[in-house]
Design a protein around this ligand. Structure first.
Ligand SMILES: Cc1cc2nc3c(=O)[nH]c(=O)nc-3n(C[C@H](O)[C@H](O)[C@H](O)COP(=O)(O)O)c2cc1C
Length: 369
């Protein structure tokens, strides 16, 4: 395949995602609380991807200002990620509508159908996270316009299932709406394989943390640059009576102390000094403000270094546009290699050089066309 043919092929593979997002590339910048502000979001959208503002715990006023500031920096489409349990969710949805945000991601667990409806009634598209096939189908019935499936390789809050398994389970079964794959994607070859399995596009977070435009503290970025995949681990739970929501982060003093804290709180509960509810709250409270401490203040020992396993592929600070170009080039080169090097496709069960491109086409699930 020539490079022009590879470009055309890639364009076709993610056409559905590009059309849905209105961007040149079907690469969503995964919203990252404190990191995905106007600067990174605009840089991703200007670079051809689709930036997503992380609302996190922002008030409606703050969100309105952040959206307005993002419009100052880009004319390209971008979205807003809202956390479902935010106490002012309805007001935040209304802010998105007032500011003419076209795509709202509802994160943090299964959204209420009233929230999905509210976004849609305002005319925006709603994107939801589907952690399992049965929930993916439910979300489609609830009116989700697109889904994100995110595997446990991802940074931040995670589920128990790997990206590769979720992709096999959900992509062939959900054709009604575009599905974006997230978790552990650090190179273009991985993007290509998601698309070939039927994804409309991908969502990437970790890889953008060290973008030049990212406002993350230099020490936070340095921790990413130094870390290997195995350093990004899920938070551990000591006792099944006190559940811990798993969060993947680079191990540091805070993650180690979290175990001691759980141990001490559970001892106090066992001695009758705390009720179950009080003990649970103390454990949950441990991480309050920890992401901000690391991302903004640069306290990389006491803060939370949320990062996905793809952190091992973050090797330096780079402009966002360069990261995006690199990802696209890697995907295109992988396509081109199939023509030049038939051995690279033998895993797909074919060895005849002439037949390779054709078989690759056949293997592709064409959801877009
Ligand atoms: C520092 C950090 C903060 C994050 N914050 C959020 C968030 O506020 N809301 C959300 O839906 N996802 C959040 N995520 C997940 C990302 O949006 C994205 O889905 C994830 O990073 C994709 O996997 P990857 O890290 O392997 O690329 C966060 C991830 C990181 C690394």
């Amino acid at each position: 395949m020539t490079s022009a043919a590879a470009t055309a092929r890639l364009d076709r593979l993610w056409r559905r995602g590009r059309q849905f997002l209105g961007s040149r590339l079907a690469i969503m910048g995964g919203a990252m609380t404190w990191v995905s502000d106007r600067n990174l979001v605009a840089a991703i959208s200007n670079g051809g991807g689709f930036g997503v503002i992380a609302c996190g715990s922002m008030s409606p006023d703050l969100l309105a200002r952040e959206i307005a500031a993002t419009y100052e920096l880009t004319r390209r489409p971008f979205g807003v990620n809202l956390i479902g349990m935010h106490p002012e969710l309805d007001a935040l949805i209304d802010v998105c509508a007032e500011q003419r945000v076209g795509h709202v991601v509802l994160a943090g667990g299964l959204p209420r159908s009233a929230a999905v409806k509210r976004v849609k009634d305002h005319g925006a598209r709603v994107i939801c996270f589907a952690p399992a096939l049965v929930l993916a189908k439910k979300l489609v019935r609830m009116g989700a316009d697109a889904l994100i499936i995110e595997g446990m390789e991802a940074g931040g809050h995670i589920g128990p299932v790997a990206t590769s398994v979720l992709a096999q389970e959900i992509l062939p079964a959900i054709r009604e709406v575009p599905v974006f794959v997230a978790g552990g994607i650090g190179r273009g070859e991985a993007i290509l394989s998601c698309l070939e399995m039927g994804a409309a596009g991908v969502q990437i977070g970790t890889r953008f943390v060290c973008a030049t435009e990212s406002i993350a503290h230099p020490r936070f970025k340095q921790a990413f640059i130094r870390a290997a995949a195995r350093d990004a681990v899920p938070s551990a739970q000591l006792d099944p009576r006190f559940p811990v929501i798993p969060v993947r982060a680079i191990a540091n003093d805070a993650t180690r102390r979290f175990l001691d804290t759980q141990r001490q709180v559970i001892d106090r509960f066992n001695r009758g000094e705390l009720s179950q509810k009080e003990a649970q709250l103390e454990i949950e409270h441990y991480w309050a403000g920890a992401l901000r401490r690391a991302v903004i203040d640069g306290d990389v020992e006491n803060g939370s270094l949320m990062a996905g396993q793809s952190v091992g592929m973050v090797t330096r600070e780079q402009p966002t546009a360069e990261i995006l170009d690199e990802l696209v080039e890697q995907a295109q080169r992988a396509l081109t290699r199939r023509w030049r090097d038939p051995v690279s496709t033998t895993a797909a069960g074919d060895t005849a050089a002439g037949a390779v491109p054709r078989l690759a086409e056949v293997a592709t699930i064409e959801v877009a066309d």
